[in-house]
Design a protein around this ligand. Structure first.
Ligand code: ADP
Ligand code: MG
Length: 696
């Protein structure tokens, strides 16, 4: 790997436009480009030519199989591999791949979550080629990105609704742009997803059942040193980690993923990888690949990559910052304020659409990130709070307020940044300073949504953002179409983003207690856990919007809501059972053993005529008392685990776990963490936080 030039091998395993151009007849290539822009449907002629070229190319790359790569509701990817072989005369085989095999697959998909959309007896599901995302070769197979739906056409995956939301956004944005930038013929959402993760040593990982079964630690006392010195953030990268990162980058580059930035994050053992943004469908596919590559490459180095949202209590969790903007085919970023934002109607109208959308559908943003795992992170001291608000920065906020008051000039344009050191360049100042505490922050020419969990697919959140912004744009377009004077109407629309939706804008500290109260006064929703948020997916206004924009039917919304609630319950169930298992089989025996050893010493002392110290006895008594608490807490948690109990609905089940099981898990953890502090290191039955985070 090392000696090749990056520019030569970048994308070498991808059937990208350069390869298509080289290997397809001119007319077919041009037809395919139009399909990729979603301007024209795919024809059989194109599919046949592409299938053939793809097969030849993939075989040259060493592929023996092909797979329809899809994204069921599990949030990860799925694949089933078929080889290209077909029998030929004389006991030989030939390599074949037809247009039909490219376009349509039929995985027996009965075991994927469908939220009741499909019973196992009608398990048929179809996968269909997504020509807008490039196929690639990996591990001896040709991977074809596909969408996945049921026999009767119901959506069973995360890609189909994402593509639909992109279409809705394009349609409604163009209706508005007719009045502002008529040259544009296509609008698409651009997304750059920064990925945070933790790295731990594999040998230590394998000694912790909680990491193996749930992806995070369910027990663990805080080590003597935490993250208080901020010495890990952007710190020098250790050699072992660096070798891992280099292989990750090279692997991703071969797969055409523009991995751009890597650095150490705030918590010890925490890191980040950021790609260069692309259109949101490709970004979603590539983020799935990135997560897979991180995990696989870690293994090559005797490491494990933890993508869980909160691997270690008391330390920063991992998120996925979803950077989102809108771009036209004429190369214009619709969210770029430019030098003179107060006179930039395009920027102000599209900004207004986002403000209206976030104000009216903030609950949808929140619930798109609502998972059992993300609950451990959101609202914590260093994570985005679970109240949705928007940060615009003082300058852009002032531009909007000035505009609403009819001001003509721009008193609040960004100046230059004076470092006070003459040898340093004078930098132009971004329109918005960073506000790390806001869940939805304007960062110069894009929005950064920070609530998404590190382990989540980014499709869900982008379906939500695209749809709600498309819907807001639709109301604007309706108004403009009906207006006598569209120019005047545009003014109205922009003004309303402050007068009607100003409550959603908050530039202050989102972690403060005052904000919780202020948000309540403003009437902004605050859901205390994932279940409380998820049930609002079924609110009439939210279903209506999804249906109106053509993303989901009502049945599809209901089934998705059930899948998410069920996932919540199942996750907590596994965690609770893991805790009981560890408490009974590892922690209890270990502390009994340790208490026994101490008692032996005390007895030996007595035999030797030395009186045991008061403090020694107290120490053992503390362990004794905590051991009793441990047994009570374990028993109580075990009793709360419902086993095969039937619940009336997914909601009831999820609520049960949130309200009756989780508090018992917390109680058990508290006792165990106190016992850990009290027990000799050599007798503690698993690696500690210090071992896992500081010893890599
Ligand atoms: P940070 O927020 O950590 O300071 P950057 O400003 O470098 O990071 O950008 C973070 C991410 O935002 C990167 O993945 C980058 O490609 C992406 N990004 C930049 N511009 C856009 C855009 N117009 N649309 C979507 N994503 C963008
Ligand atoms: Mg960022």
């Amino acid at each position: 790997m090392g000696k090749e030039k990056l520019t030569d091998y970048f994308g070498c395993d991808v059937f990208n436009e350069a390869v298509m151009k080289e290997r397809l007849p001119q007319a077919i290539f041009e037809g395919l480009l139009q399909t990729r822009r979603q301007d024209l449907p795919l024809t059989e002629e194109i599919a046949t030519a592409v299938a053939n070229a793809m097969k030849e190319w993939a075989i040259e790359k060493g592929a023996t199989h092909f797979t329809h790569w899809f994204q069921p509701m599990t949030g990860i990817t799925a694949e089933k591999h078929d080889s290209f072989i077909t029998p030929a005369e004389g006991g030989k085989v030939m390599m074949e791949f037809s247009a039909k095999e490219l376009i349509k697959g039929e995985p027996d998909a009965s075991s994927f979550p469908s939220g009741g959309l499909r019973a196992t007896f009608e398990a048929r599901g179809y996968t269909t080629w997504d020509p807008t995302s490039d196929a690639f070769v990996k591990d001896g197979s040709l991977y074809i990105p596909t969408a996945f739906c049921s026999y009767s056409g119901e959506v069973l995956d995360k890609k189909t609704p994402l593509l639909r939301s992109m279409e809705a956004l394009n349609r409604e944005a163009l209706r508005v742009l007719k009045y502002l930038e008529p040259r544009a013929t296509h609008v698409y959402a651009t997304v750059g997803a920064e990925q945070e993760y933790f790295i731990v040593d594999k040998a230590l990982y394998l000694q912790r059942e909680d990491l193996i079964f749930t992806g995070h630690t369910l027990f663990g006392a805080h080590p003597p040193k935490g993250q208080e010195l901020s010495d890990h953030y952007f710190g020098n990268i250790k050699e072992r980690i660096n070798r891992f990162m280099q292989e990750v980058d090279e692997t991703l580059w071969r797969l055409g993923v523009c991995s751009k930035t890597k650095h150490n994050e705030v918590a010890p053992a925490q890191h980040e990888l950021a790609p260069i943004f692309s259109n949101c469908n490709v970004a979603a596919d590539q983020n799935q690949l990135t997560m897979e590559v991180l995990k696989k490459v870690a293994d090559h180095h005797g490491l494990v990559c933890l993508l869980h949202e909160k691997p270690f209590a008391g330390f920063n969790g991992s998120g996925k910052h979803n950077n989102w903007a809108l771009c036209t085919d004429t190369g214009l970023n619709l969210l770029n304020p430019g030098k003179d934002p107060i006179h930039n109607d395009i920027f102000l109208v599209f900004l207004s659409a986002v403000i209206k959308a976030v104000d009216e559908y903030g609950d949808m943003l929140r619930l798109s990130c609502a998972t059992a795992a993300n609950d451990y992170r959101l609202g914590g001291h260093e994570a985005p709070p679970s109240i949705i608000s928007m940060f615009l920065g003082e300058e852009i906020t002032a531009v909007l307020t000035d505009y609403a008051q009819g001001a003509q000039g721009c008193e609040h344009c960004a100046g230059s940044l004076q470092t006070g050191v003459h040898s340093l360049a004078v930098l132009s100042k971004d329109g918005a300073d960073r506000n790390r505490t806001s869940p939805f922050a304007f960062t110069g020419n894009k929005f950064e949504f920070r609530m998404v969990g590190a382990n989540q697919s980014i499709s869900g959140i982008n379906i939500t953002i695209n749809t709600m912004v498309a819907d807001a744009l639709c109301t604007f377009a309706d108004r403009l179409d009906a207006a006598q004077d569209p120019k005047e109407e545009i003014k109205q629309i922009i003004t309303e983003s402050v007068t009607k939706h100003g409550r959603i804008i908050f530039n202050g500290n989102n972690y403060s207690q005052e904000w919780v109260q202020e948000a309540q006064r403003r009437g902004l929703p605050h859901f205390k856990n994932a279940v409380e948020a998820l049930v609002h997916f079924r609110d009439k206004k939210n279903i209506d919007q999804m249906v109106r924009m053509g993303i989901f039917t009502e049945t599809e919304v209901l089934s998705r809501c059930d899948i998410m609630l069920d996932d919540y319950a199942n996750t907590i169930n596994i965690e609770a059972r893991t805790m009981v298992d560890m408490a009974q089989k590892q922690i209890f025996p270990a502390v009994m053993q340790y208490a026994g050893t101490l008692c032996q010493v005390i007895n030996q002392k007595a035999k030797a005529g030395i009186s045991a110290l008061k403090k020694e006895k107290e120490y053992v008594e503390t362990i004794n008392r905590l051991t009793e608490e441990l047994l009570f807490a374990t028993e109580s948690l075990q009793a709360a685990i419902p086993g095969n109990k039937n619940f009336a609905s997914c909601e009831e089940k999820a609520r049960y776990f949130a309200e009756s099981v989780k508090p018992k898990m917390e109680a058990l953890r508290t006792v165990v963490d106190r016992l850990e502090v009290q027990t000799a290191k050599k007798d503690w039955p698993m690696p500690t936080y210090a071992d896992l985070m500081f010893m890599v």
